[in-house]
Design a protein around this ligand. Structure first.
Ligand code: MLT
Length: 210
């Protein structure tokens, strides 16, 4: 059920398996807190699910930060919104009593997850970034040592050029993340291969639980 009590409209589902990592589900442009619940259940059965709705509206479509046009971001807003979302995660962790979550973000949600990794690395235990691109051209020097990140890109993605995904991969590696970057023969949309790889990756033990 949607909850409006904390600083983001969100859904929370408690864990049914204490050993499964909590997931922070971050939807794409035009999605909401309900969008990725099924995906979360499929990717990591038994995980607690925390699913906020992006606060920025673009022609009525919820997003996690403002963009000037497709692929061109308002970086000041990216920083502000990443901090705001990180504060929400901290707040929700106390209320729901969960460990630092692994973010699972798609498209715009993957981009804000990447921004959080690079600006507030302590908030996330790791991340699955589905079709992410560089959120900040010159991110601060983050310490992601030991944190696992699975970056799944589409080789035929019309929104995220391969060079851009490679640049994000380099930023995450430079910050010390244990990065697994795969480029699948698909476009921007999610495929069965994404689901299989993400599921497998999430089932493996995560070394960092902040
Ligand atoms: C973004 O704006 O974050 C990216 O262009 C992905 C999208 O939401 O279309």
């Amino acid at each position: 059920m949607t909850d409006t009590a904390l600083s983001f409209v969100h859904r929370f589902e408690p864990a049914t398996d204490a050993g499964a990592p909590p997931l922070l589900l971050l939807h794409g442009t035009g999605g909401d807190e309900n969008d990725l619940i099924q995906l979360g259940r499929m990717l990591s059965p038994g995980s607690a699910l925390l699913s906020p709705r992006g606060k920025v509206l673009e022609g009525g479509a919820p997003r996690f930060f403002r963009r000037l046009r497709e692929g061109v971001f308002d970086e000041e807003d990216v920083r502000f919104r990443a901090a705001e979302l990180a504060d929400f995660v901290t707040e929700a962790r106390k209320v729901y009593n969960v460990a630092a979550p692994v973010a699972v973000g798609f498209s715009n949600g993957a981009n804000i997850a990447a921004a959080m990794l690079l600006t507030r690395p302590e908030v996330l235990a790791g991340a699955v970034l589905l079709r992410a691109m560089v959120p900040l051209a010159a991110p601060p020097a983050a310490d992601l040592k030991g944190r696992g990140v699975l970056l799944l890109s589409g080789g035929m993605d019309p929104i995220v050029p391969e060079e851009n995904a490679e640049r994000l991969a380099a930023q995450l590696r430079a910050a010390g993340a244990r990065l697994d970057h795969r480029t699948l023969p698909v476009g921007h949309g999610l495929s069965q291969a994404d689901i299989g790889l993400a599921r497998q990756w999430l089932a493996a033990p995560q070394p960092v639980a902040a």
